[in-house]
Design a protein around this ligand. Structure first.
Ligand code: F0G
Length: 288
């Protein structure tokens, strides 16, 4: 039996004003439209389905918030337990509310995302839970569906493909998906915050990206480059997406558009930016 909340099939929207501003044909893949408000739902549906198949009593993850909200919801749907390990004080309140609302257990750990990840693996070992971080390949298998949707809707690959780069799992999933769907990759520009340790885009506050090697591989194979953006660039892009296109995403989700503002694509190119999570995930960032 597959565990689903109706994830995927998210809107791929033309962005006419930002296209004009950057001189490209820009499309925005709005992953905030998934059931728990982020792209994580695609992979979680597969990972929790497989965990249930294996008879696991529960799942566990370390998270900056979105993986947590997703794992909790899919576990509740499946009728198994979820334990969520978070770096203390680093997760946006609404994401923790999502976790609590569906009855998952929250464990706060002092330190960074990596410390929380190490603690989550210990908990998995101790309780026989399945780890549903992106090191679980079922997550990658599920997330690659977004690349298939893009190829199907555009009738082929875009020229350039831009998305936020936290741990790199999503970049890895899209590379796999594009390769399967089109036999090639668009030019990849995974975009990271210059201030990885303390960026205001809390979803991508990850100092040591666990999939760095796969990200480098996708970038090299596609002739792309990792782009690094400042806090001001992230904020400007995030506001522009809202004010000019009417889409409210969370700050981390604006990374791809920030890379575009830095010149990651050439005039006339067809570009897809992934908006990874909904703005309601982190509403306090909006100035009153
Ligand atoms: N955008 C959002 C909204 C995220 O929540 C994340 C990661 C990313 C981008 C980066 O994706 O790690 O695959 O490169 N969030 C994880 C979490 C770390 O715990 O929710 P990545």
């Amino acid at each position: 039996m597959s565990v689903t909340l109706g994830e995927g099939r998210t809107p791929l929207l033309r962005a006419p004003r930002l296209s004009e501003r950057f001189g490209v044909e820009l499309w925005l893949k709005f992953e905030g439209a998934n059931p728990t408000g982020s792209f994580k739902d695609r992979g979680m549906a597969v990972a929790v389905t497989r965990a249930v198949e294996r008879g696991a009593p529960g799942v566990v993850c370390a998270s900056t918030g979105n993986t947590a909200a997703s794992a909790s919801a899919y576990a509740a749907r499946a009728g198994i337990e979820a334990a969520i390990v978070v770096p203390e004080g680093a997760v946006a309140g609404p994401k923790l509310a999502q976790v609590r609302a569906v009855g998952a257990r929250i464990v706060g750990v002092p330190g960074t995302f990596s410390d929380a990840y190490a603690a989550s693996l210990e908990l998995a070992e101790r309780e026989g839970y399945v780890s549903v971080n992106s090191t679980n390949d079922d997550r990658i298998e599920g997330q690659k569906s977004a690349a298939h949707e893009i190829v199907e809707e555009l009738g082929g690959l875009p020229d350039a493909f831009l998305l936020p780069y936290g741990g790199g799992g999503n970049t890895k999933a899209y590379a796999r998906g594009f390769q399967e769907a089109a036999g090639a990759l668009p030019r990849f520009h995974p975009t990271q915050a210059e201030r990885r340790a303390d960026t205001f885009a809390s979803a991508i506050r990850i100092v040591e990206p666990i999939h760095a090697a796969e990200v480098e591989d996708a970038v090299a194979r596609s002739g792309g480059a990792v782009v690094t953006v400042t806090e001001d660039e992230l904020r400007d892009a995030w506001q522009a997406i809202g004010r000019e296109e009417g889409l409210f995403c969370e700050p981390a989700s604006a990374a791809g558009v920030a890379a575009l503002a830095r010149g990651a694509a050439s005039t006339g190119e067809r570009v897809v930016c992934v908006l990874t999570g909904h703005g309601l995930k982190d509403p306090e960032r909006v100035a009153a």
